[in-house]
Design a protein around this ligand. Structure first.
Ligand SMILES: Nc1ncnc2c1ncn2[C@@H]1O[C@H](COP(=O)(O)OP(=O)(O)O)[C@@H](O)[C@H]1O
Ligand SMILES: CC(C)(COP(=O)(O)O)[C@@H](O)C(=O)NCCC(=O)O
Ligand SMILES: [Mn+2]
Length: 901
């Protein structure tokens, strides 16, 4: 039986606890803000309006074995910015790229580490040249002026407001923008007149296909099925994608057989499409907007309009040919036999009947075409779908029913943007060709999608506008938290719905629906972690966030929010501006949570790791650089003060006892986690040193998972003469966790001659230590420890020893090096499908991984398998998680060793 730490920890620090307040709580937050501001990169003037690449000085970034190395163009100006349009009969879709230089500075630590990892590129600044963001925005074609205003205010036609051509006052006369859809012809003159730009027409079918192919290749959770109200994301195997049928349901419908990249044939189409529903619906119901019409349908009953089989057969099924009484025999057929006028029918019923008629018809025609060419998969796009459950259910039902389950209807999250994305891809140098799933990170900011998602509205240019928008939004009401109730699924399997499924009272506003599509961040420096045993089957999240699980985490995160806002505001000096941003952050994050609560799959397949990262991203969006900065600093200082004593104590022990003490130390110090409610409550009851001591004292083996003996055997007995060559230590929290836990463990490995790479976050997340902060901590620790000092010197971490970077490689190092690399994340968890190229390089020679902490070793990666030995160390600081994963208790410890052989 594993020992239970929880009672004893609570007892120790309970009522009769030490009674000394935790430092951070005593003094309140300091006013220091570490807002490291970006230094502007030098930009070159653009010689022509056509996107051009300056190839001079191009260098391959990465090792020679890389199949797709990043090509660095140090002299390329940063405005290979593109705007592409799809001007349809109903909607204008915009896809635009804003270049975003990552604020990565090449400090000495990085230069030195990269040199050691064999990835130094000649002393030149490493340019994340294609880094940027892809935005998706739409407008009604009837409100073309608003679209032109949007483009103009953001200067998208000139490469964005930050573009050099804009600042140098270059005229847009010869600017050419790629456009598809009929409006590219119809409105060409207007674009010239209003913006001075020419539209270069791209074939619509070409664009639809290349847009769909790109999405299916590059976005992990793009396609999904939707049956009986149930949405499920589909993992598309790249090697088994073609052929498929693409059905784009816009104003009209195009049906395209796609055989490969650029290989397709428009095999059919129908003029009964989205325009038909909206047009007829408008005439028959007097609705003012598409959404109003769709919303009406959610309260409709089509049996008042449609002639059902049962109406004809006196309430009976026509079972001989497989038709239930509720099958629609004739859409709107009932209206012929009744002596009624249009005004006698409920608009709700009319809308539903229409929607059902058109969706079903599209599903059926699509199926027939799939049958014609022997295709099993049908992807549906176009804004008629509008992520609307009933529409998708009806189409899926038709496909499934007529194909007897053989063919499958799938929908795309970027449904209506296929054409615009394709037009974007048609730029000669768009930089997206070689992008792969791991280069793209989709983020869901509040401001941007609201601008983009709203069919019209002013652009939110800056943070202030975004905050004002949030404030207004909050005053205006709670549209986006309005739930969309799902009807009970009830299909008969005999050709009809008993009742329309997935209906609800309220249609989610278009603004929030647009939250289904985030901003795509292109980060070419991200890589798949090379030591993942099987990247294809790897799933970072340990627990599936189903509705129930989500409810729990919704509460945890909501409860934590006020405290987080306090800390964030204090970290920015507690000014009025910070308070305003804090409120906006809280509203924005709550709105995300509410959105996910109503539909956990709204943002793609979303796990706890994504949720925790979303919170950090949301803080960054409102410019909170590091909410826990002062807590981290204080805890680092307190821990560094006691480090020498700890090291001395460890050095008195024999090797075996010391290894146990070190692992215990890591587990005990993992208690310093400002993301855990239970732990934060503990901090009120003692200083960090007191809590650390108590936590250590309570370490009782066997732990809930206890592979220590196996690890010890590997370290001290089996292969003592064959120490690990290189260990990657994924560190977690600042303060005691890293200083008194992981550093001493690193020191032990160094003693064995193992190279140690400390892997830390690129960006702050809660109280996690970042890669930028580590060298200073190590330098401080090195003052008291020769082993650390020599290793840090050998690893190029000590600034004093950095004077001759060139020389330090030549000299035979006295010690195995201690290095620091950033992991590419800004989250308490880690997704090994997307890590920094620096980490990927460091991993090449590693034979031991140590993952520490609840975020990296439990919420994510508990079940991950690697190509080298892995040790997962964490204290479980949440009761529910302990029960769910280990049938255990809060404060249980996990020491999971997974040797490869
Ligand atoms: N806000 C909206 N305004 C108008 N139509 C909308 C809206 N949202 C969804 N739609 C539906 O989307 C259809 C247009 O889809 P889209 O893919 O943009 O095609 P197109 O390129 O023909 O404009 C409309 O006919 C209508 O059925
Ligand atoms: C965010 C965290 C994963 C960080 O834990 P760590 O990785 O630092 O051990 C953890 O604090 C957490 O899951 N917190 C929420 C659960 C709770 O408050 O109980
Ligand atoms: Mn942490």
């Amino acid at each position: 039986m594993a020992a239970n730490n929880s009672d004893s920890i609570q007892e120790e620090l309970g009522e009769g606890g030490v009674g000394v307040k935790h430092e951070a709580e005593e003094e309140g937050e300091g006013a220091s803000s570490s807002a490291a501001q970006a230094t502007a990169t030098t930009m070159l003037p653009r010689s022509s309006s056509r996107p051009q690449l300056d190839l001079s000085g191009a260098a391959i970034h990465g090792t020679l074995e890389d199949r797709n190395p990043t090509i660095l163009l140090p002299n390329q100006s940063d405005d290979i910015s593109h705007l592409a349009l799809d001007i349809g009969g109903s909607l204008i879709k915009l896809v635009y790229f804003s270049r975003h230089a990552e604020l990565s500075t090449e400090d000495k630590r990085k230069i030195s580490t990269k040199r050691r990892l064999g990835m130094f590129n000649g002393g030149r600044r490493s340019y994340p040249i294609l880094g940027g963001r892809l935005h998706f925005v739409k407008f009604e074609t009837g409100k073309l002026n608003e679209c032109l205003d949007f483009i103009s205010s953001k200067q998208l036609h000139r490469g964005g407001v930050d573009s050099p051509s804009w600042r140098s006052g270059a005229q847009p006369d010869d600017i050419v923008i790629k456009a598809t859809g009929g409006g590219a012809y119809k409105y060409a003159d207007l674009f010239k007149e209003r913006l001075g730009v020419s539209l270069e027409k791209e074939d619509e079918m070409d664009c639809l296909v290349s847009g769909a192919n790109f999405l299916l290749k590059a976005i992990r959770h793009e396609a999904f099925t939707h049956m009986d109200g149930h949405k499920e994301y589909v993992q598309i195997d790249q090697n088994d994608l073609f052929p498929f049928l693409l059905v784009n349901v816009g104003s009209g419908v195009s049906i395209i057989k796609v055989d490969g990249h650029g290989k397709f044939q428009r095999v059919s189409g129908t003029n009964v499409g989205g325009g038909t529903y909206w047009g007829l619906g408008r005439l028959m119901t007097k609705c003012k907007s598409f959404d109003e019409l769709l919303e009406l349908s959610q309260r409709g009953d089509n049996s008042t309009m449609d002639m059902l089989v049962g109406d004809i057969y006196g309430g009976l099924d026509y079972s001989k040919i497989g038709l239930s009484a509720s099958t629609i025999a004739s859409s709107f057929g009932k209206t012929i036999s009744e002596n009624k006028e249009l005004s006698d029918y409920r608009p709700e019923d009319i809308s539903l009947s229409l929607l059902r008629m058109i969706s079903y018809n599209i599903g059926q025609i699509s199926y027939l075409n799939a049958l014609r060419y022997g295709l099993k998969r049908i992807f549906f796009g176009g804004f008629f779908i509008r992520g609307h459950a009933y529409t998708m259910d009806t189409i899926s039902f038709a496909v499934n029913f007529w194909s007897k389950g053989e063919a499958q209807a799938m929908f795309l999250r970027h449904e209506g943007f296929l054409g615009a994305l394709g037009a974007f891809m048609s730029y000669e140098k768009h930089g997206l060709d070689d992008l792969r799933v791991h280069h793209l990170v989709e983020r869901f900011p509040m401001g941007a999608p609201y601008v983009g998602g709203k069919i019209h509205g002013p652009p939110l240019g800056d943070l202030n506008a975004k905050i004002s928008w949030m404030e207004k939004f909050v005053q205006k009401g709670t549209q986006i938290i309005a739930p969309v109730p799902m009807g009970v699924p009830a299909t008969t399997g005999m050709g009809g719905f008993e009742r329309p499924t997935s209906k609800g009272d309220i249609l989610r506003s278009d603004a929030s629906a647009a939250l289904n599509v985030g901003v795509l961040h292109l980060v070419p420096t991200l890589d798949v972690f090379p030591l993942l045993e099987d990247p294809k089957t790897y799933e970072p999240n340990t627990i599936d966030l189903d509705q129930d699980e989500f409810k729990y985490w919704f509460k945890v995160l909501s409860d934590h929010l006020p405290d987080l806002v306090d800390k964030a505001v204090a970290s920015e000096g507690g000014t009025d501006d910070a308070t305003r941003r804090g409120d906006a952050f809280a509203h924005a994050f709550s709105a995300h949570l509410a959105r996910l609560m109503e539909e956990p799959a709204a943002y793609g397949k979303f796990g706890l790791a994504n949720l925790l990262e979303l919170r950090e991203e949301c803080l960054r969006e409102f410019q909170f650089v590091d909410a826990y900065i002062s807590i981290k600093q204080r805890e680092n200082e307190a821990s560094l003060a006691v480090l020498p004593d700890l090291l001395m104590e460890l050095d008195t022990m024999n090797e075996e006892a010391r290894l146990l003490a070190l692992i215990e130390g890591v587990l005990a110090a993992n208690i310093f986690d400002w993301g855990s409610r239970a732990c934060v409550e503990l901090y009120h009851k003692g200083t960090i040193i007191e809590i650390y001591r108590m936590s250590r004292k309570k370490m009782q083996r066997p732990w809930r998972i206890d592979d220590f003996d196996m690890f010890k055997k590997r370290m001290l007995i089996d292969r003592k003469d064959q120490p690990y060559k290189r260990a990657l230590l994924f560190v977690d929290n600042s303060g005691a966790d890293v200083v008194l836990g992981m550093l001493p463990l690193a020191r032990e490995l160094l003693r064995h001659g193992t190279e140690v790479v400390l892997v830390a976050n690129s960006l702050p997340a809660l109280n996690d230590v970042t890669a930028n902060e580590l060298p200073e901590i190590i330098a401080e620790a090195s003052k008291h420890c020769g082993i650390l000092r020599k290793a840090a010197e050998a690893g190029g971490l000590l600034v004093d020893a950095m004077a001759g970077i060139q020389d330090d490689l030549k000299d035979a190092p006295e010690s195995a090096p201690l290095m620091v690399v950033e992991n590419g994340c800004g989250s308490p968890c880690i997704d090994f499908r997307q890590v920094s190229s620096e980490l990927a390089a460091a991993a090449k020679d590693a034979d031991l991984l140590i993952l520490e902490g609840m975020g990296r070793a439990l919420h994510t990666n508990l079940n991950a398998r690697f190509k080298c030995d892995a040790l997962k160390l964490a204290m479980v600081k949440n009761q529910r998680l302990a029960e769910k994963l280990f049938n255990g208790n809060i404060y249980d410890c996990i020491c999971k060793f997974e040797p490869v052989s």
